[in-house]
Ligand binder design. Structure first.
Ligand SMILES: Nc1ncnc2c1ncn2[C@@H]1O[C@H](COP(=O)(O)OP(=O)(O)OP(=O)(O)O)[C@@H](O)[C@H]1O
Ligand SMILES: [Mg+2]
Length: 222
């Protein structure tokens, strides 16, 4: 039995750009213990989003070994990969990525494996969004939209949340509110969390900062 929720061993991701090849990941290795809360920092282009996309089974490595909860997505069928993604992973993006024609409540219900309106309302309440169920994303502030996005990420009780610059579009006050919510989810519910951020104030909520450079982890991540 392993208590590593994520495991990367010498993972490469290579993109072909015409005749040129770009290594977005170049031999990345790391382990993430269940219950961890890590921030990932590094220069633009260092592979942070690519790392997160592989971790979230939104992208596949060109080579190397990647496991989530001891399973190698590359060895599973597309259907099994989708199931693993839906059951275990919650994704949060910089630009919220909510469905603009659906209400806050409908956005949270949408990914549910079993539709559960009561549960969706409870999660929204926990995000301080009581009374906002019927608002459309365009009628909510940036901070509120990101809280709906967190609620959506929690719809299927994921064991890990992966967030790519979740505070990038927010002011200082809303950024720290979002990070506080993530910290509470980690400490009180035991959800593992990886947050990519350029913002040292946001990163300081995590238990450890992992530093990336040139497609590799150069500090932390063991
Ligand atoms: N689909 C793609 N096709 C070609 N190159 C790509 C693709 N996706 C990423 N890259 C390249 O891979 C490298 C890493 O990109 P990535 O988006 O992971 O960086 P990042 O650390 O998230 O950067 P930022 O901080 O700007 O978001 C960059 O050089 C990028 O141009
Ligand atoms: Mg990025």
């Amino acid at each position: 039995m392993t208590n590593n929720i994520l495991e990367f061993k010498d993972v490469w991701k290579t993109y072909a750009m015409g005749s040129e090849k770009i290594n977005a990941l170049s031999g990345l290795s790391m382990k993430l213990k269940e219950g961890s809360f890590k921030a990932v920092m590094g220069p633009s282009g260092s592979g942070k989003s690519t790392f997160l996309h592989v971790a979230g089974i939104l992208d596949t490595p060109s080579r190397g070994i990647f496991k989530i909860k001891g399973k190698e997505p590359g060895e599973l069928s597309v259907k099994e990969q989708a199931k693993l993604r839906r059951n275990e992973i919650g994704f949060i993006f910089q630009r919220f990525n909510l469905m603009s024609q659906l209400s806050a409540l409908e956005n949270v219900i949408l990914p549910m494996i079993e539709e559960n309106t009561k549960k969706a309302k409870e999660i929204l309440n926990n995000m301080g969004l009581e009374g906002k169920y019927d608002k459309f994303p365009g009628q909510l502030s940036g901070g509120e939209q990101q809280r709906v996005a967190i609620a959506r990420a929690l719809a299927n009780d994921p064991s890990i949340i992966l967030a790519d610059e979740p505070t990038g579009e927010l002011d200082t006050k809303n950024a720290s509110l979002i990070m506080q919510i993530l910290q509470d989810l980690n400490k009180k519910e035991g959800v593992s969390i990886v947050v990519v951020t350029h913002n040292p104030a946001s990163a300081s909520f995590a238990d450890e900062i992992i530093r990336m450079s040139d497609g590799k982890i150069v500090n932390g991540g063991t």
